[in-house]
Write a new protein. Structure first.
Length: 290
């Protein structure tokens, strides 16, 4: 299955829409490179570097439309932020690991590095869209360009990157951008950063401007909650009930977080994100809001 190499410059030229997976231009890297264990998110064990048994010859998933009922919730919620097509079409110039097995090991090692970089590109692009954070926009742009340049390096150079150090530097900027955006609301801000809130009853809670970075909200009841300007960076929303919640102006919410949660058509979302297909219709009596 041949593909023409594509140009880079995804974040700089295409914005957040370009930082989403394009599975038709990827060699199924997320179905091969990572390891996963049988759990609530995955129906089977799979070692790193081994293809999932559902990966087809054309690099498509054989159960893509039935991932959740088949026990692959983790796959349904996964987003590589466009790293898959970058590695496949730019780093390895369209050489797939099946036709050129010599590339396989290095390609699988590069993929998680590229995903980290593309995730940072997504967050940096989101931060640049926040007018109240304009005081750090110049620094954010420099970080964006530096990160973009890293994604264009050859495979060997990518594997030598100190991604943890770079992530720490970018994260400091993102924290500052978040503080500036959340400062629009006067008064103290609820701080649940890194908090263990699994199963928490937060129905109709006012979480305006809350810091929920890294909060563990697995199975939490956030139905009807107000999350305007709440920072959701890295919050674990697996199984969280978002029915009727207002996420329209939340900060740093990703598509994969939504895909891992439960909601309905009354859940208010940012315009850049898509309502997951598995979400239910609104309960009787709730108004439908886009």
């Amino acid at each position: 299955m041949s593909r023409e190499p594509e140009s880079s410059g995804l974040a700089l030229n295409g914005g957040r829409r370009a930082l989403r997976a394009d599975c038709g231009r990827c060699f199924g890297l997320c179905c091969v490179a990572p390891a996963f264990s049988a759990s609530a998110d995955f129906a089977i064990d799979k070692p790193a570097g081994h293809p999932c048994p559902h990966l087809q010859p054309d690099f498509r998933c054989g159960i893509h439309n039935d991932l959740q009922p088949q026990g692959f919730r983790g796959c349904a919620a996964y987003d590589c932020f466009g790293a898959g097509q970058q590695v496949s079409q730019v780093t390895f110039e369209g050489r797939d690991w099946r036709q050129d097995p010599r590339t396989a090991r290095q390609m699988f090692e590069v993929f998680p590095v590229m995903r980290q970089l593309h995730e940072l590109l997504w967050y940096l692009t989101a931060a640049l869209a926040l007018p109240p954070a304009r005081a750090v926009h110049d620094q954010l742009r420099l970080a964006l360009k530096a990160t973009e340049a890293m994604t264009c390096r050859p495979a060997g150079a990518l594997l030598e990157l100190d991604t943890e150090r770079h992530r720490g530097q970018v994260n400091a900027l993102l924290v500052r951008a978040s503080e500036l955006a959340r400062a629009q609301v006067p008064g103290p801000k609820p701080d649940y950063r890194g908090a263990g809130l699994a199963g928490a009853g937060l129905s109709n809670a006012d979480l305006t401007s809350a810091n929920l970075r890294g909060a563990r909200l697995i199975g939490a009841d956030l139905s009807g909650a107000g999350l305007r300007l709440a920072d959701l960076t890295g919050a674990d929303l697996r199984g969280a009930d978002l029915r009727g919640a207002d996420l329209a102006e939340s900060l740093f919410l990703t598509q994969s977080q939504l895909d891992a949660a439960e909601g309905d058509s009354s859940t208010r979302l940012p315009p850049s994100l898509t309502r997951p297909a598995h979400w239910s219709p609104p309960a009787t009596g709730l108004a439908s809001t886009s």
